[in-house]
Design a protein around this ligand. Structure first.
Ligand SMILES: CC(C)(COP(=O)(O)OP(=O)(O)OC[C@H]1O[C@@H](n2cnc3c(N)ncnc32)[C@H](O)[C@@H]1OP(=O)(O)O)[C@@H](O)C(=O)NCCC(=O)NCCS
Length: 176
């Protein structure tokens, strides 16, 4: 599933990443786990819509002194994008993560030319910052990144009916 998502051209372009096979993803897990151990946390949740997994949302790169971390999202297939799932999932996740993890702010760093991502983060209330000083060369093009920042008080309310899996009561029917 993750390998399929990372084979999508927009995911690769959005993260300036190369495709990852299932084996590569599996073999990267020890490094991610060690980063999670040293940074304190790495939390990633799968997004489910229409009763199937459609993407994931995660926090990483914690700065414990400033109580901040990076917030990331991907919707794995073009058919699931532009349906409001990304903004709803980010809202739900951020509303859960801020108080639970004692976060004061979350940093988002989309490509400066990634209109859907910037628009999604603006919809959440994220403030538009400067262009980040570090640029990246990916497949021969220079990519610049926009610094964006989200605070708990900026977040809109969650969409009615959107919930984390653990919030369902035993035997309660989940929406399709
Ligand atoms: C960025 C991403 C998460 C957005 O999720 P999404 O579910 O498609 O976004 P939504 O449907 O919730 O739309 C949110 C906003 O973005 C706009 N938007 C979404 N896709 C768009 C597109 N292709 N073109 C223009 N605007 C778009 C919507 O109109 C909406 O804005 P509005 O509320 O002002 O109308 C998704 O495109 C994605 O996963 N891309 C690939 C991975 C990636 O690049 N991740 C982000 C790395 S920083």
């Amino acid at each position: 599933m993750y390998a399929e998502w990372w084979s999508d051209p927009e995911v690769q372009w959005g993260f300036c990443a190369e495709p990852r096979s299932a084996d590569q993803i599996r073999s990267a897990l020890p490094e991610l786990e060690s980063e999670a151990r040293s940074a304190g946390h790495w939390t990633e949740l799968v997004i489910e819509a229409d009763g199937r997994p459609v993407g994931s949302v995660w926090v990483s790169h914690w700065d414990l002194d400033s109580a901040s971390c990076e917030l990331n999202i991907l919707i794995g297939s073009p058919v699931d994008r532009g349906r409001g799932i990304g903004s709803r999932a980010l809202t739900l996740f951020a509303r859960w993560a801020f108080p639970r993890m004692g976060l004061r702010r979350a940093l988002l760093c989309p490509r400066d030319d990634h209109y859907p991502a910037i628009r999604t983060y603006r919809r959440l209330g994220a403030a538009l910052g400067d262009i980040a000083p570090d640029v990246m060369t990916w497949r021969g093009e220079v990519a610049c990144f926009r610094e964006m920042e989200l605070s708990p008080e900026m977040l809109p309310p969650s969409h009615p009916g959107d919930r984390l899996l653990g919030e369902y009561r035993p035997n309660e029917k989940r929406p399709p």
